[in-house]
Design a protein around this ligand. Structure first.
Ligand code: F6P
Length: 549
């Protein structure tokens, strides 16, 4: 039966008519236990849904909807390796990447946990060699700089994580710096090539497919740069300055990366879910392999919770269902992600891919058009900075927006370098006070003030913008692992309700084909040129006209 025709959906629609009339302010007045009722803890993570526009009945109706869609069984399917990636007919087993060594998971007659841990061991070996200055460039000098080249899922996870965990000192006995390059136009690479020493630089080419043009273009430039600057053979450069990470060993070999410098993962790992595999190499380089394992352990802890907690207490499930409530019943189609910690600056970008590439879809599993909304527009920024930029719209605009506030409760406490850092701790408390104040104003608007009668209209706040606050005890590898897995499972839960496949991304393919054709036209292909629309043709002609000037 169509989702919207189901009794559970219709009950929610009826229920939403009552809730639409209620203000969050009234909900707090009427239920003094909301903050207890709607907040949950899982290990190092505390989550408060009480500023969402829900009452207890809302969650009952939402969990009924989830049960009617067979969510519990679908969660088992995910973890057991069923082909939940339907259109590509394969499992999505990113959760297996964080299984401890003693566990096993048989896929096609093979224990994949053995394979996973053997690749992790290989990765640990390469990390240790670099940390101990045993990895050397063509001239025998130790490698000091590592440039990770990848894009999308082969970039955003490690990039976000290395920034998030930047307080953790690199355990290398000799200094090592890790850089990231993703942009197709070469602008990031060009900045690095100006300052790095080729003989001391290692390039890590990360690409699940090893066919992504952006990544291969940067890799080729990097190779040519070392050859040109050092005047050594291509073979020597590839042998000593390139590591590959991919699910396609053949392509890595064709590129020239030697086998012992190849790190593998598998087709059943979605690109945007791959940071737990050897794609996490730059994370282990920056924080050390044992801490990388803590990140995996945090995600595994969230996996166990998602797999075993009843829906009513299951944090990713509740987060997903509340999202569905906002999108499909309260008509909210914008979602702001607002970390109150500069180290989480790249977290919104990471989530943009995770959520929008997974659930930004209109085709159901039975290949029909949905007649309901799916993934909203997600964007974000470091919260305090966004206060001085787009919060005006959140507070007084015409769009309804749901927000996720994310912050660590404690900072500048435990890390060796930061000990006694009283001054900085004050700044952390300042940021937290802003975080809590903003969610309060968004929820209650003018009601947050004792008296508003004589305040002019342009200074008034209507409030009733829903938000969730996620507090990490501290931004540790473990807590970050929990946080990321929380969002991964939220995405899966929503996909089950919406009846869409969150593990493919066909929407990005046509653009790649068109880019190939356009490139051919830019290089003089007249046949394809004649098939171009006039707008694109004009842009091409303008560009060509300027090339030689
Ligand atoms: O084009 C989209 C995409 O395929 C993403 O899904 C993926 O994360 C990214 O490109 C990079 O792909 P690859 O890891 O194969 O280079």
């Amino acid at each position: 039966m169509d989702l919207k025709q189901s009794t559970e959906w219709q009950r929610l629609t009826e229920h939403s008519k009552q809730i639409e009339k209620k203000h969050l302010y009234e909900m707090f007045q009427q239920d003094k236990q909301r903050h207890e009722r709607f907040s949950f803890r899982n290990e190092d993570l505390f989550i408060d849904f009480s500023k969402q526009r829900i009452v207890p009945e809302t969650l009952t109706l939402l969990t009924n909807l989830a049960r009617s869609k067979g969510l519990e069984g679908k969660i088992d399917d995910l973890f057991e390796g069923q082909h939940v990636n339907t259109f590509e007919d394969r499992p999505a087993l990113h959760s297996a990447l964080r299984l401890p060594k003693h566990r096993s998971l048989i896929l096609d007659g093979q224990d994949i946990v053995d394979d996973i841990h053997s690749q992790l061991t290989h990765m640990e070996h390469l990390v240790n060699r670099l940390h101990r200055a045993q990895a050397r460039g063509h001239s025998g000098r130790p490698i000091r700089n590592v440039v990770h080249i990848g894009v999308g899922g082969s970039d955003l996870g490690p990039l976000m994580t290395n920034r998030a965990l930047c307080d953790y000192p690199c355990p290398a006995s000799h200094p090592l710096e890790v850089f990231f390059v993703s942009s197709m136009d070469g602008s990031q690479l060009s900045l690095l090539l100006r300052k790095l020493e080729p003989a001391e630089t290692l390039f890590v080419i990360a690409s699940k497919s090893f066919t992504t043009l952006d990544t291969l273009a940067n890799a080729e430039t990097a190779k040519d740069w070392i050859m040109e600057r050092s005047n050594v053979s291509e073979e020597l450069v590839l042998q000593n300055h390139f590591i590959g990470i991919s699910a396609n060993p053949q392509k890595m070999t064709e590129f020239g990366i030697r086998e012992d410098n190849q790190l593998l993962f598998w087709e059943w790992v979605g690109g945007r879910y791959s940071m737990w595999s050897c794609i996490g190499f730059p994370i282990a380089l920056q924080i050390g392999f044992p801490r990388f394992c803590e990140l995996l352990a945090g995600a595994h802890c969230m996996d166990e919770h998602f797999r075993s907690a009843p829906l009513e207490k299951n944090i990713p499930v509740l987060m997903a269902l509340i999202g569905i409530w906002n999108i499909n019943f309260l008509d909210i189609h914008a979602h702001a992600v607002l970390p109150y910690d500069g180290r989480l600056a790249r977290f919104p970008a990471y989530l943009e891919q995770l959520e929008m590439e997974s659930n930004g879809k209109h085709t159901t599993l039975d290949q029909k058009n949905v007649d309901y909304s799916t993934c909203p527009i997600i964007w974000g920024e470091i919260g305090p900075n966004a206060q001085h930029a787009f919060y005006q719209l959140l507070h007084q605009g015409t769009e309804k927006v749901m927000c996720d506030f994310i912050a660590p409760a404690r900072r500048y406490n435990d890390i060796e370098e930061q000990k006694g850092s009283e001054i900085l701790r004050k700044q952390h408390i300042l940021a937290l006070s802003n975080c809590f104040a903003q969610s309060r104003v968004l929820a209650f608007g003018d009601h947050a003030l004792p008296k508003v009668d004589d305040v002019p209209y342009y200074k008034r706040y209507s409030g009733n913008q829903p938000s969730t606050t996620i507090l990490l005890d501290e931004l540790t590898p473990f807590a970050l692992g929990q946080l990321i897995a929380l969002y991964e499972h939220k995405v899966y839960t929503q996909s089950v309700i919406w009846n869409i496949n969150p593990f493919d991304q066909w929407g990005v393919e046509l653009g790649k084909i068109m880019a190939g054709e356009t490139l051919a036209v830019l290089h003089g292909n007249h046949f394809l040129k004649e098939q171009m629309d006039m707008s694109t043709l004009k842009l091409i002609n303008e560009t060509l006209g300027l090339q030689d000037t």
